[in-house]
Design a protein around this ligand. Structure first.
Ligand code: ACO
Length: 152
């Protein structure tokens, strides 16, 4: 089976993938139960995942997006971002948002190339929500940068 599909409630949650994009299971469990999980499968193996959470009637948020390490840099992330946007649009949402750490330059570039625009920050998000400091690219994550894409 190849392609992207929603993970059903009775299926095992691939935490090993979710943990690539989020530091702790505790943090993941805060959004996973009222979210929808979409997986990318190739040859019956789950290679990537994204998580959608409805914010309100207008907006849906990508809470987590992750591609297994050996498959990164091959366009799968871009495919998932486009899939999320097209599913959201088909369901009538007007915008889709995504947040990432202030030191994650590659992710910020990718999201902006895919049409997301920075509209704000969740100040001190990574300090307030995690017990240990998180370092990426040698910089401590502090704020979550929020980006939004219009679905037209
Ligand atoms: N360094 C520089 N550029 C890169 C890299 C890299 N390591 N990886 C990908 N790119 C570029 C590609 O060249 C490509 O450029 P293009 O648009 O000009 O072709 C673009 O980024 C898209 O790359 P994809 O191959 O589609 O990205 P990928 O499949 O690797 O998925 C993702 C991106 C999801 C960030 C993946 O690398 C990943 O899982 N990383 C670890 C977890 C993570 O950081 N998740 C996001 C956190 S934020 C959140 O979850 C809401």
């Amino acid at each position: 089976m190849n392609g992207i599909r929603q993970l059903q409630r009775n299926e095992v949650i691939p935490y090993h993938l979710l943990l690539l994009a989020d530091e702790t299971i505790e943090a993941i469990n805060k959004y996973i139960n009222d979210s929808e999980l979409y997986i990318f499968e190739q040859d019956n193996r789950i290679k990537a995942i994204y998580v959608l959470q409805i914010e309100d009637r207008m907006n849906i948020e990508i809470k987590n997006i992750a591609v297994e390490e050996v498959s990164q840099g091959q366009g799968v992330g871009k495919l998932l971002l486009r899939d999320a946007a097209s599913r959201a649009k088909a369901r009538g949402f007007k915008t889709i948002t995504i947040g990432t750490g202030d030191a994650l330059t590659m992710q910020l570039e990718l999201y902006q190339r895919e049409g997301f625009k920075i509209f704000g920050i969740r100040k001190d998000f990574f300090i307030d929500n995690y017990s240990e400091p998180i370092y990426e690219n040698g910089i401590q994550l502090k704020h979550m940068v929020m980006l939004k894409k219009k679905l037209q």
